[in-house]
Structure formats: structure tokens, C-alpha cells
Design a protein around this ligand. Structure first.
Ligand code: UDP
Ligand code: MG
Length: 319
């Protein structure tokens, strides 16, 4: 019998790219430098161009012409960071797959530590941010609060201060592929699939070049997605709020009837307005919460593909 041709384990590096033309040349140089130390592994790079409007795809295509280990997927439009990671995980063939950002905020030196943990037998090695430089105080504080709130609300523990920078083994990547949900909060999904997980700690650098692709609006919708896909607590709060106010409204109705029967009459405009506005506000809020979940159900029910690949370079056709 011929020995398996694949003696060395394959390591895939998945990197989502959205308008990163300023980062790509330096990123590529850094990646080559660090992966040169990984003599025990064959390496493949899976760049996912998430509908960039700049020269990113052409830069990646050029790199892929020089190096056959570089796979490039180009989406037909911008589908979002989490979907880009999902596609990268779908197309990565590695025994171990590392997901990292293109802007070197996830320092390539950490890859060595991740591989050491992988060799120790862990299935997921997630990188916890001990510090974040080059980010606004606002982002730091809101991010800290978000991870704590998410963890408190989610039924499964999701590690604090942890982004998508992590290593997963083949069986975890395969398990992730079976999760078909549209609203993908990848870091939560990795916690959900389980297996043997371990943290490593790192200092998050400032962005290499360009600017964050997560403006406040995207950050809010990302945080909301995380919470709504991993918790139904808001629905419970909505019903508790309903019960609470229904109870006190019931008591108050009795008081109003009693006073009326005793012959008291009031001008009543102010109290009516207060009750109406308060209850109206709460009703709208709880309907809004319901709406968020129903909207997600609706999107899920369409069963659209998660992404459309426009071009695939160095990628064997899938069938
Ligand atoms: N990204 C992407 N699609 C998007 C937004 C971002 O593929 O719609 C990529 C981006 O190019 C980067 C990574 O996702 O490699 C993280 O984005 P960014 O660094 O802007 O986020 P931040 O680190 O500021 O949270
Ligand atoms: Mg970044």
C-alpha cells in the first residue's frame, strides 16, 4: 500500500478581506515570515474578498499567481465579516484552521502558540484580548460591556473579550459547516459546537493601515445579532414586563372602580395620559422585541444561500 501522500498536517489560514489594499502587502510579507517557521506543516491561505471596492482582489490574485497555496474567493458583493469567515471555513481543507483579521490586529506571532496548543490536543484555541491598543475608549468600554452582557444572557458560556481569532480542528470546522443559520455569530457558534477548548492571551495591536470596517451602526447590529441568536431572554423579559404591569393595572382598575362607586370624580387628564403613554411605550417595546425575533425567523425561512462566490482562484470546483 502506498503511504498517504499527506504526511504533514495541513494548516489553513482563513483571512476575511474588505477594502484592505493598504494592509495586504504587509500582511502577506508577515505571513510568509511566520509560516516559514512552521516546518512541520503544509500551509494554505484562504483569502475571502468580501466584495471589496478597492484593489484588494487584484492584489490577492497577484499573490495567488505567485503561490499556488493561496486560495482566493471573491464574493459577488459585501456579505459581512461573519459570512466571509464562514465561507473561509467552508473552503479551508486544513487539519487545523486559523481565522485571523487582515489588519494584523491579530498578531501572526500568536499563531505559534496556537499551534503548540493544537499539538497538545485541543480542538479550539481561542485568543483572548488582554489589551486593545489603537482603539477608542468608547469601543473598549462598549466591547467589555457587550461580552459580559452576552455571556450573562447566553445559555452556553461564550468566552469574554474573544473575537474570531482562533484555531479550530477539522472536526470543529466540519461541525460548524452543519449549522445552517443565516445570522451567523461565529464566535458563539464555535462555543456551541463544544469539543476541547482552551484560551491563549494576547495584546491586540492597533490596526496596521486603513480604518475599521465596523462603524458604530455595524457594531450595534453585530452585538444585537450575537445576543438574539444566543438568547431568548428578551422574550422572557417582555412577558415578565407584561405580567408586572398587568398586575398593577388590575389593582389600579379596582381602585378606580371603588372610587367611582364612592362618588369621587377627578379631572383625570394627567393620570390618564401617564398611564396611556407608559403602557403604550411598553407595548411598543415588547412588540419590537417580538418583531426582532420574527424578522429573524422570516429571514431564516427563506433559506437563501449564505453567500455567492463570484470568482474562485486556486480552488478546486466543489461538487
Ligand atoms: N471584514 C469583512 N467584511 C466586512 C467588514 C470587515 O470581511 O464587511 C474584514 C476586514 O477586512 C478585517 C476583518 O473583517 O479583516 C475585521 O474587520 P475590522 O478590522 O475592520 O474590525 P475591527 O478589528 O475594527 O473590529
Ligand atoms: Mg481590525
Amino acid at each position: 500500500m502506498v503511504l498517504s501522500a499527506k504526511l504533514m498536517p495541513l494548516l489553513s489560514l482563513v483571512i476575511p478581506i474588505y477594502n484592505e489594499e493598504d494592509c495586504i502587502p504587509i500582511l502577506w510579507a508577515e505571513l510568509q515570515k511566520i509560516t516559514a517557521n512552521f516546518s512541520g506543516y503544509s500551509i494554505e491561505y484562504v483569502f475571502v474578498d468580501d466584495g471589496s471596492l478597492d484593489q484588494s482582489f487584484f492584489l490577492l490574485e497577484k499573490i495567488s499567481q505567485q503561490c499556488a497555496a493561496v486560495k482566493v474567493l471573491r464574493f459577488s458583493r459585501n456579505f459581512g465579516h461573519q459570512i466571509a469567515i464562514t465561507a473561509g471555513l467552508d473552503y479551508a481543507a486544513g487539519d487545523a484552521v486559523i481565522v485571523m483579521d487582515a489588519d494584523l490586529q491579530d498578531p501572526p506571532e500568536v499563531l505559534t502558540q496556537m499551534l503548540a496548543k493544537y499539538e497538545d490536543g485541543y480542538d479550539v484555541v481561542y485568543a483572548v484580548r488582554q489589551s486593545r491598543s489603537g482603539e477608542t475608549l468608547f469601543k473598549k468600554i462598549t466591547a467589555k460591556c457587550f461580552y459580559r452582557l452576552l455571556n450573562a444572557m447566553s445559555a452556553i458560556p461564550i468566552p469574554l473579550d474573544t473575537g474570531d481569532f482562533r484555531l479550530v480542528t477539522r472536526r470543529v470546522a466540519d461541525a460548524l459547516k452543519t449549522l445552517g443559520e443565516q445570522d451567523r455569530f461565529v464566535r458563539g457558534l464555535v462555543s456551541w459546537v463544544g469539543f476541547k477548548q482552551t484560551p491563549i492571551y494576547f495584546e491586540r495591536h492597533a490596526r496596521l493601515a486603513g480604518e475599521t470596517k465596523y462603524p458604530l451602526k455595524k457594531m450595534i447590529s453585530f452585538a444585537l445579532n450575537g445576543i438574539l441568536s444566543f438568547s431568548t431572554l428578551p422574550l422572557k423579559w417582555a412577558s415578565w414586563l407584561g405580567f408586572f404591569f398587568a398586575f398593577f393595572s388590575g389593582l389600579y382598575i379596582l381602585v378606580v372602580i371603588a372610587l367611582r362607586l364612592m362618588g369621587y370624580t377627578f379631572p383625570g387628564y394627567a393620570s390618564l395620559m401617564v398611564a396611556m403613554l407608559l403602557l403604550g411605550g411598553i407595548q411598543l417595546m415588547t412588540i419590537g422585541i417580538l418583531g426582532e425575533y420574527i424578522g429573524r425567523l422570516y429571514m431564516e425561512s427563506k433559506k437563501r444561500p449564505l453567500y455567492i462566490v463570484q470568482d474562485a482562484v486556486n480552488v478546486a470546483p466543489r461538487g
